[in-house]
Ligand binder design. Sequence first.
Ligand code: ZN
Length: 285
Amino acid sequence: MRKFRPASALFVLLLFLLSGSCQRGTTLVQTEAAAVTTLVAAENMDEYDVVWYTTSSVQAASRPIFVDPNRPAVALTFDDGPSKYTARICSILREYGGKATFCVIGNRLQDYTSYAKAAYDLGFEIVGHSWDHKNLSTLADYQIEEELNRTQNEIRTVLGANPKFFRPPYGAFNQSVKNVSEASGLAILMWSVDSRDWASKDVDAIYSKIMNNVQDGSIILCHDIYESTADAMARVIPALVEAGYQLVTVSELLTIADKSVVAGKNYNHGRYTATTSADETYDGE
Ligand SMILES: [Zn+2]
């Protein structure tokens, strides 16, 4: 009879742990397969996007995403979509095991439902960016309320999500916006690194702006409505991963920074005090 060996017990334990992680992996793959099917079925998607998305995301599906609270992390955020570039940005993120937060305009959700649904199903975070991109700081309270609630309702209806944040257009908010957002149960999402992609529309400039300013805890502002931004992400995302950053959603970033999300408060970074202040007179798109 063979003697009990600690090494055998370790082997059995490893097998047990592996079988557990395989099951989780299978669930993830199934969810992703469903999301990819949704994307392929999108009527307003061109062939290039379909090919790009299906190949890279299916390959990436075997790699589950875990967030390690002890490693540096940043949150990429994309405003003004969804658009036809959203899927491509999602697929680059998935290829490198990353996630992001999309700040969508309420009245665009009907036209790009499949893109938003696929992004949400893949684990990306979706929050509102107003109904029609009005400067909320110029509106009366009831109008601010309508902008926030209409968008929030649309996100609930289309995606089944219930975001805790919204991003004000132009990053513009005043005390009225804070009061209404508090009453609506929403926190204000700002940023600490501005890619200024809307201004430059240039891959090199977007890359430099992000890579020269990023640090652990950064919330990075981009827009998923420009081809140049999607092109830049093909360089920025691998570079951030190479530099050791985990690419997480805003909610994940604040969770690992031990920050609770409070309605009416504004957040522009995760772990550290940001050196770049959010610009309240932001003149972007
Ligand atoms: Zn915007």
